[in-house]
Design a protein around this ligand. Sequence first.
Ligand SMILES: [Zn+2]
Length: 97
Amino acid sequence: MASIPPGTLKRCDLCRVEIRGMVGGNDQVVFSQGAPGTRAKLWARVCQFVKEPQRCINQEASLRGEVGVDDFYGEPPGLGPIGSASAGESLGGAPPA
Ligand SMILES: [Zn+2]
């Protein structure tokens, strides 16, 4: 699958987004809502889940580049509920008389 020529918009009917070809290969993905993103972000959020990847224009690992943690939905790592509450409760021992 060829990359998109700079200045050209290509639509992925499967993912419902448009990818704008950019000089240097850092293509810009125009999401239906929200700010434009990268191919990596599009892949992390949409393209990896499609049922017909052969119809998706964003399945080339070499084109999308490396997918970072910021490209996925959800909380950034390290802010999750790891060891938050409950630690003190189990150390209570016998209830006061
Ligand atoms: Zn796609």
